[in-house]
Structure formats: structure tokens, C-alpha cells
Design a protein around this ligand. Sequence first.
Ligand SMILES: [Zn+2]
Length: 494
Amino acid sequence: MKTKRIGSITACALSLIFVLLLAIPLVGCGFDKTVDRAAKNLNNYDIEAVFSDEDKTIKATEIVTIKNTHKETMSTIKFHLYGKAFREDAKILPYTYTSTSKCFPNGISYGDMQINSVYEGENPLNFSYSGQDNNILVIDKSLKKNESTKIIIQFELKLAECIHRLGWFGDAVNLGNWYPILCIFENGEFVCDPYYSIGDPFYSECSNYKVKFTFNSQYKVATTGQIKNEKIEQNLTTVQVEAKAVRDFCIALNKNFEVVSGKVGETEINYFGYINDTDIEKNLKTAKLALSTFNSIFGTYPYRTLNVVKTPFLFGGMEYPNTVWIADNISDDFELTKVIVHEIAHQWWYGLVGNNEVKYSYIDEALAEYSTILFFEKNESFGITRQKLVQENALSYQLYAEVIDSIGGTINDKLNQSVIEFQSEFEYAYVVYVRGSLFMDALRDKIGDKAFNNALKSYFKKYKFLVADRNALLKCFNKAAGDDLTDFFEEWKA
Ligand SMILES: [Zn+2]
């Protein structure tokens, strides 16, 4: 009997070792499969771009493979040209009057974006600029249901000297929304909003990217995706980057980057600070904690890389897929922590679950802002409670309302409205972020912690790599709560 038992234990241990051996590579495989599965049947961008440091321009060729997966025929194909918003004769500016001086510390500067040619294979295609402020590229090419095409666009970008998503300043170059990106085709037409000054007025679908980018070797680079190859020749660095199933592709260059790296699960997380910064390790630690916290609350971040990048920026931070930008002028420690956490939360709310950020800006912003409260609640070592943060938000909103009241104004406090309906960037910030997070907290109080968490998990699971809207969010909360929350949403104008 003894022998038999030893035998069975040994067999069991061996089979366990065998299972473990099998399981080790399988963990990583399963991880990659999530993105690989999502990447199937998406549009593909293949971009080759060269940045000239001397005249701050980019010359690029972009090959986009597009399939019409809709039932309606696309009579033309339309792309956003966000770079055109920085041109001298632009009528709709990507910055408000109040943020102009922050955006241009060295005086007003202009950029531009020019399309040189558009081809389908060997055949040149006619194209024109259209949209409310000529920021839309219209290509004379129709695409029936299930038809595919490969469009080759040659373009040039001139960067303004400015502290914004797109521009150069000092030793830094920000390339956000820098290449022609396909407008979303919805209900039989392309959504063609211009680059508004308020909010992050973008709306794009997940696609696969291969980007070959050449720049002066004085710079270091932080991008969306994974760098697959890097070579330096005659003081020029060329990186080849791949990103699957991402909503956009950004690049940041800086002559002073210093990088520290860590790992959370299967994701490598890199913090790009500046040389001689003393808070690099601390910021990496915050970023790692944010990633692991949100992995456990919402569902796992499925990509191999997350870059947290310090750069000149006129707001606190900015989210792009696989990357967040953190403004380099934040001196307050707690503020910096909040910005890192808020921007990383956007990897779930914007990056993975997309939404039309012009029409429903409150969705991803209120969720990202409330996610910071969930972060501090979960990580008690910061010593900040949910109650304290919610009270602070309530007080701050009340003070704002009193100020507006004292000057005889009224707040347009609707959450569910387009960014263009807000009267100022202050109103947008107080309503969308502050009131938005108060709405999320009230919703949680109404349906309870368990239903609230389940709703966020199911919203993520159901819509990751896709786009959602207000009704999708409402439905997830209804289902998790086992209740119809339409009236509650409407009370909050959400
Ligand atoms: Zn945000």
C-alpha cells in the first residue's frame, strides 16, 4: 500500500510538473491571443516617416488597407487630418483663447499638413479637403460592402512650436494625432468632427500598425506598440514598431529621456522621465500600482507594453494607446500621482473601450476620473479615503457653481452632451470630470459596490477593442443592477 501511494504521489507530482511546464509558455500565449484575436479583420496602417529636426517637418508614406465591413456602400473614403488644425488660416483652433499663452510660450507658431498624393496601387486617385474647416481628406474611391482596398497616401507635416499634442518645444517633440486616420463610418456616413479646442475630440477604431520612423539620434523615442528593431546610421535612428489592435498611434521624442522599466503580469511598463530627475523610480512604482490595480478591478490590460512618458503638455496629461503623456510641469506630488493614475485608467476607458469623445466625452472622462478614486480606495497606503475625495469633488463643484452664480451666469451641467455645447473649458472640466465622478459615485451608492464593479467589468469585457456609447454604458449598469436606471441617468443628465 505504501509503495502504491508513493507511486501515485510521484505520478501525480510528475503530471503536475508536466502541466506546469506546459502552462508556463501557455500563460504568455493566451495573453497574446487576446490581442491577436482582436487584430483579425481590422484595418492596417503601414507608415514610413522621416522627421527632420532642422525644419521640424515629417515626410511620410502611409499605406492603409481598408475593408468595408458595413452594409452600406462608402461612396468616398474620408480621413481626419488633425495636423491641419495648426495651420495659419485655420478657423477652428485646437486650443482655447485662455490656453493660448500656455500653448505658445515663445509666441504664436503655425504648422500644417499637406497631402502630396493618393494612390490605389499604381492608380492615382482624386482627393480634396473638406469638412467644417478643411480638416478632412476626401478620397474619390467607393467601397461596397465587404470590398477591400489599399490606399497609399503621401503627406508632409510641419510642426508648430507649441506645447500641445502635436508640436515641438525645447528638446521635445509630441506627435499625437499626426497622420491621416480613417474617420469612423457609422449609420452610412463618416463621422467628420474637426479638431475642437475642448476635450480630446477624437473618435477612431482599433487598427493594426507597422510604423518605420527615422529621426535624429540625439533624441530618444517613446511610442505606441513595441519596438521590433532599432538601428543607428549616420546620426539617424530608425525604429520599426508594431502595434496590434490599437485605436491610434503616438510618438514622443526627447533629448533628455531617461527610462526605467518594470513588469506587471505580462506587461512591460516603462517610465520615461528626464535625466537627473529624482522621482523616476517613484513614478514607475505609481504606474505599476495603477496598472495592477486596474487589472484586478476592470479586467487585464492585454498589451505587452505600457509607456508612461513625461513631456511638455498644456494640460495634466494625455492618453494614447499603450502610452500616456504626463505634463512635465507638475510640481505637486499628489497631483502627479493623480494624473498618472487618471491617464493609465484611460487605457481601459478610451484605449480599449472607445467612445465618440466629441459626442460623449463624459463617458471615458468620468470613468477615468472615478477610477482614480477606486485606485486610492484600493491602495490604503496613500491614506486617502473615497469619502474624502468625493467630498472634495462635491465642494469644488459647489464653489464653481457659486462663482458662476456670483457673476450672473448659469452652468450648463449636462453630462450627456457634445464638447461643443460647453461654454468654456472650465465648464467642461467641472461638469465632465468633477460632476461626472460625482455621478459615478452616486450610481455606485444607488446600486451597491458589487453591482457597480460587475457593471464596469462587463462594460470592459463586452466592448474592449470596440466602441461604446451612452446606451451601452446604461445597459451594462441596468444588467448588473437588475434594475432600469434610465431615470437615474436622466436625473443626472447623463
Ligand atoms: Zn482624462
